[in-house]
Design a protein around this ligand. Structure first.
Ligand SMILES: [Zn+2]
Length: 394
């Protein structure tokens, strides 16, 4: 039980289907939401290895029509959303559409944004709805229902209420956010993650771990997501190195897929913190992969919050099996050191220079780090302190 129970809301997908081989159940799951399936998928590997075709077969067997709408292998941009939503609407909306998202965070985010814009964005660009850069428009209509099938174990986008959309000119990376955007159903099949390369396993896995820790410590942390974060971390912390080092370790793969889902549920309801604030800036300025950016920033973010979250960090340390020590101060430090060591073990660099950041980039990075993630950080850092923190990591 948390120390105090005040009021809270909790949003989550209505149906979560988890287990080995269960992607084969996509047909009946989607059938409960519509009759015309539109697929948004990630890398072309999904077509080469037959996953996409198996999903189409399951949909058709359940009586749905299946149309491939888009394939995306990088983070979605404003034009991708606008163009794909236009194409979807071109098929004519009859109220029986369901959008199937198959891929990593990019494909799922594109699908969620397209589903939202199909019903809300007539004669408008998704940009008008984005936080911070748009015309401040808000969603009034429920999006088309989305079924998310993650193929990486990391972003948790299958359970969140936002989609991250970027733009090159002008450069920004912002969220389209509404409680209406939580996918209606999620199918998580760890089998889909077994073929992921070690680097993707490491980056996406560290993204999930960062999301679990930052949502647990967040200024906006709530009781249900806090409980989920503890559960997710106890699944992921002993498993991530095994999944990276031995891709066929089924227990480790299942744990990471489960932890990623819980990280999405936790962050959608509690917010994040400093590591995610800076990761958004790194993704925009240097195109650093999101999970890698989070992983590089996590130890420094924890050290920056150590004094105001000692007891929480000490509690997280018990998940690593550390013997309860005589003081929270010592236990918190030990937990942060073990996160640092874990990141090094799976090949995450410690320094920003190793991911291409130069001293001259710092002022822009500090400016671009401000946003909803940074607002959740337990301790407020002014620009000077954040700049100093980043400089020390060069
Ligand atoms: Zn993340």
């Amino acid at each position: 039980m948390p120390e105090s129970l005040s009021s809270f809301d909790f949003f989550a997908p209505a149906q979560i289907v988890f287990g080995w081989g269960r992607v084969g159940e996509i047909g009946p799951v989607a059938r409960s939401l519509g009759r015309r399936a539109f697929l948004v998928s990630g890398s072309t590997t999904l077509e080469r290895n037959g996953v996409l075709q198996a999903i189409e077969a399951s949909l058709e067997q359940a009586g749905l029509s299946a149309t491939r709408l888009a394939t995306i292998s990088r983070e979605p941009q404003v034009a991708d959303v606008d163009e794909t939503a236009r194409r979807l609407c071109g098929h004519g909306l009859t109220g029986e559409e369901v959008v199937i998202a198959l891929g990593g965070g990019s494909a799922i985010d594109l699908a969620k944004a397209v589903a939202a814009m199909a019903t809300n964005g007539r004669q408008a660009s998704v940009r008008d709805f984005l936080e911070g850069v748009g015309a401040g428009r808000t969603m009034s209509e429920p999006p088309l229902p989305v079924v998310a099938i993650p193929t990486t174990a990391g972003t948790g986008s299958e359970a969140t209420k936002n989609a991250v959309i970027s733009s090159v000119d002008p450069p920004f990376k912002k969220s389209l956010r509404s409680a209406l955007m939580v996918p209606r159903a999620v199918v998580i099949d760890p089998e889909l993650t077994v073929s992921l390369p070690a680097s993707v396993t490491a980056f996406t896995g560290m993204d999930a771990i960062t999301q679990l820790i930052e949502s647990y410590l967040s200024r906006r942390a709530r009781p249900i997501p806090r409980a989920l974060a503890l559960e997710g971390l106890s699944a992921a912390l002993p498993a991530i190195a095994r999944a990276v080092e031995n891709p066929g370790d089924r227990d480790a793969r299942a744990r990471m897929a489960y932890a990623a889902l819980l990280s999405g549920l936790a962050l959608a309801n509690s917010g994040l913190g400093l590591a995610h604030g800076v990761a958004a800036a790194l993704g925009m300025h240097g195109s650093v992969p999101h999970g890698l950016a989070c992983a590089v920033m996590l130890p420094a973010a924890l050290r920056a919050n150590r004094d105001v979250r000692r007891a929480d960090l000490a509690r997280l340390g018990t998940l690593l099996g550390t013997v309860p020590s005589d003081s929270d101060e010592v236990a918190a430090g030990r937990f942060i050191d073990s996160i640092d060591a874990l990141a090094r073990r799976i090949g995450i660099p410690a320094r920003l220079s190793a991911i291409g950041v130069q001293r001259s980039d710092l002022p822009a990075l500090v400016r671009a780090s401000r946003g909803s993630s940074m607002d959740g950080n337990p301790r407020q850092l002014d620009d000077e302190e954040l700049g100093g923190l980043l400089e020390a990591m060069l």
